[in-house]
Design a binder for this molecule. Structure first.
Ligand SMILES: *[C@@H]1O[C@H](CO)[C@@H](O)[C@H](O)[C@H]1NC(C)=O
Ligand SMILES: *[C@@H]1O[C@H](CO)[C@@H](O)[C@H](O)[C@H]1NC(C)=O
Ligand SMILES: *[C@@H]1O[C@H](CO)[C@@H](O)[C@H](O)[C@H]1NC(C)=O
Ligand SMILES: [Cu+2]
Length: 351
């Protein structure tokens, strides 16, 4: 055989092998709760996030503010915010978003662990406990609150969070000098600013306790589960999704910004925990629930039509989610490809 064609057939066989390996998930990554990681594992994760913030970005032609690989994720989320929240593929989209970030930490920044999650229910049984959360530790976590800024009269705040205690730049921990390069809000231009936090320990005790996952978990269809997870847009209607964002982000913090929240590295630990809960809910009846998807294709249409009656078409398992080249092989990914965290593109588990 000609040596070139030998090479080609070897490459084809190898490619086939790779795709088979990728399709069977034999050694899932073990995603762990932040506080159960060893000190060296915490350090390795934080170091890898720092590395993502120094690697050149790939999506600068789409989002002018992108300066790093970390910013690719921030830029995409800002750009897509109005299409991926309060829709039926909110949870599938964020599942793949976090998995893609995890894959980049590993393949581009030498991280050998899995994406950790933050089980906020362990910290939300009292306001004092929330402030003591290991995720906010300046030495072994992501740093703490910003100094208090009174935002009562700030008209740019869409939803005022009772009990907010901060608002300014994070002053300690590994991200005190980081530059959030886009946002706030729907802004993909280069606008470097500090990471801000505005803790509301009160909101945490209202939305992030163990009991707050009961309503979603009692639902027997994805449609009802998803409505219970996404909640609505006033303080009373917030559930654990908004609760996690706004207990950290308050009125003025990066995590509370629906567009630019991935500017806070804690975003990925919060969404990993949400993904863990969706997976737990799915495993109650996996054959059925791994095929169960529902909800509108357009934001703020029924059942999320908070601004007046509106309807759109509904998602199916074949619905293609737009990832704008953040996904490795193609920019659109079908919902069916992310319904099982141990099949297709995904291979991880929660411990
Ligand atoms: C999102 O980015 C694309 C370019 O990739 C741009 O055409 C579009 O206007 C942006 N959408 C929003 C809502 O910013
Ligand atoms: C914040 O400002 C509002 C209105 O200016 C005022 O009523 C309130 O007492 C202030 N809050 C604090 C904690 O200073
Ligand atoms: C989408 O689903 C909702 C709720 O099940 C239903 O009321 C609505 O008619 C559906 N829309 C379309 C276009 O099928
Ligand atoms: Cu989001």
């Amino acid at each position: 055989m000609h040596s070139f064609s030998k090479l080609v057939s070897a490459a084809l066989a190898f490619g086939l092998l790779l795709s088979q390996v990728a399709a069977t998930c034999t050694r899932p990554l073990q995603r762990k709760e932040w506080r159960t990681l060893r000190a060296s594992e915490k350090q390795a994760y934080i170091k890898a996030v720092g590395c993502m913030q120094t690697k050149p970005g790939l999506l600068g032609d789409l989002y002018p503010g992108v300066r790093s690989r970390f910013d690719d994720f921030l830029g995409l989320h800002i750009n897509q915010t109005d299409f991926i929240h309060f829709v039926g593929f909110f949870q599938p989209w964020h599942r793949l978003f976090v998995a893609t970030y995890e894959a980049s930490l590993r393949s581009e920044c030498g991280y050998t662990g899995a994406q950790p999650y933050w089980d906020w229910s362990l910290d939300s049984w009292s306001e004092a406990a929330f402030l003591e959360s290991p995720v906010f530790d300046p030495a072994t976590g992501f740093g703490g609150n910003g100094p208090y800024i009174n935002s009562t009269d700030d008209a740019s705040v869409r939803l005022h969070i009772p009990g907010k205690t901060g608002g300014g730049c994070v002053l300690n921990g590994p991200f005190k000098d980081m530059s959030v390069n886009m946002g706030p809000g729907l802004n993909n231009d280069y606008n470097p600013h500090c990471l801000t936090r505005d803790f509301s320990p009160w909101l945490a005790t209202q939305k992030l306790q163990f009991i707050n996952s009961f309503t979603p978990f009692l639902q027997t269809t994805f449609s009802k589960f998803d409505v219970a997870v996404q909640g609505s847009i006033d303080v009373a209607g917030l559930t654990y999704h908004g609760g996690g964002h706004l207990s950290v982000g308050g009125d003025l913090g990066t995590m509370g910004d629906v567009y630019a929240s991935p500017g806070d590295p804690l975003f990925f630990l919060h969404h990993a925990n949400m993904d863990r809960l969706w997976n737990l809910w799915q495993r109650i009846d996996f054959p059925r629930r791994s095929k169960d998807i529902a909800g509108p294709t357009v934001q703020f249409t029924a059942p999320f039509d908070f601004f007046g009656p509106a309807t759109s078409t509904n998602v199916t398992l074949d619905y293609a989610m737009d990832f704008k080249h953040l996904a490795s092989s193609s920019s659109s990914v079908k919902i069916s490809e992310v319904m099982d965290i141990q099949a297709g593109r995904l291979c991880y588990t929660y411990v």
